[in-house]
Design a protein around this ligand. Structure first.
Ligand code: NDP
Length: 318
């Protein structure tokens, strides 16, 4: 085989909680996994601060530190972790072919996709500046830090509606910033929002700037896109819930996906429509999107890969 082509038993693409957990299990099952981390090694959690809802950390842990722990555990158990991004794949025949950094080709008996998803952001400088310091794209993860305080959330889809009602249980008041004069969310979710007394909805309203004192968020300036009236609302937290996009572009045309790009897996497993290709974590989950659910599905993917290889070996040797 040429120096630029390498064969592996199990290739893991992506390095969030799903990928690292798959790596831990695959290593222990002697699949000798090779992982390519992607450009954001450690995934979305490296962009958060405190994580308090991951079991096993009684005092919470910082997201980047937690992912470093995941990495060390996977490495200690034998995963070959490499920095690099997968630029294209060819799943037309076995073994699968994967190109890394547009130059190196890997052939793999099994591929575990754990490329995750990325939150959509408004694109404001102030949003970036206070990300992790009052600005968050996950109410379930960070809502707790704003207990008893006033917060704002932007978005009008099912996620925004669900997160606004979640926040309303913890926070004194939730201001929902909706850019049109109506919701996109389902009627049922919308009714829950409308029936929650401490949620105020600002329709036809867009976010102009997130205000802060250099350390944390203190308010948000919004503008009514009909009247052009500007208002600054004092808030301690600002939640962005305008959707996520799964990082699955490179698999388009090969793997079955839903209309928004989430990879379809067989319910109750991580198998995809392609033999020997498994998918776990946020790349296939637009509902739960938690580190712990991603980790759980990473474990499933490694077990599925191991059983797939064992079954193949059995057929060959039988
Ligand atoms: P959606 O794409 O459905 O909604 C995004 C929302 O954000 C829209 O209201 C959109 O406004 C708004 N938005 C987008 N860009 C901006 C911007 N720049 N400024 C202000 N607002 C913006 O994403 P969701 O994450 O809500 O949902 C994704 C999918 O997941 C959906 O299919 C949803 O049904 C599903 N889901 C289901 C749940 C459940 O069943 N429990 C829970 C959560 C999600 P506009 O309407 O004007 O375009």
């Amino acid at each position: 085989m040429s120096a630029d082509i390498e064969h592996v038993k199990c290739l893991i693409i992506g390095s969030g909680p799903a990928g690292y957990t798959a790596a831990i299990y695959a290593s222990r099952a002697d699949l000798k996994p090779v992982m390519y981390t992607g450009l954001l090694a450690g995934g979305q959690l490296t962009q958060t601060t405190d994580v308090e809802n991951y079991p096993g950390y009684p005092h919470g842990i910082m997201g980047p530190e937690m992912m470093e722990n995941f990495r060390q555990q996977a490495e200690r158990l034998g995963t070959d972790i490499r920095f690099g991004y997968v630029s294209s794949v060819d799943f037309s025949s076995l073994p699968h072919k994967v190109v890394v950094d547009e130059r190196k080709t890997i052939t793999a008996d099994t591929v575990i996709i754990s490329t995750g998803a990325s939150a959509k952001w408004l694109g404001l400088d102030s949003e970036q500046k206070y990300s992790g310091f009052g600005v968050s794209a996950c109410a379930t993860c960070d809502g707790f830090f704003f207990k008893g305080e006033e917060v704002a959330i932007v978005g009008a889809g099912d996620t925004a509606a669900e997160e606004a009602t979640y926040l309303a249980k913890l926070c004194k008041k939730v201001t929902m910033i909706v850019r049109r004069n109506e919701f996109r969310a389902s009627k049922a979710m919308m009714h829950r929002v409308l029936n929650t007394p401490n949620i105020e909805i600002l329709y036809n309203t867009e976010t102009k700037e997130i205000m802060g004192d250099g350390q944390s968020v203190t308010g948000v300036t919004v503008i009514n896109n009909v009247t052009n009236e500007e208002t600054t609302i004092p808030v301690a937290g600002f939640f962005v819930a305008i959707g996520h996009h799964p990082n699955t572009e490179i698999f388009k045309g090969w793997i079955h996906m839903d209309e928004t790009g989430y990879i379809k897996t067989t319910p109750g497993s991580t198998t995809t429509n392609i033999e020997g290709v498994f998918c776990c974590g946020d790349a296939q989950d637009h509902i739960y999107r938690q580190a712990v659910t991603a980790a759980g599905s990473g474990c499933m993917a490694a077990i599925d890969a191991e059983r797939y290889l064992a079954a193949k070996e059995h057929v060959v040797t039988a």
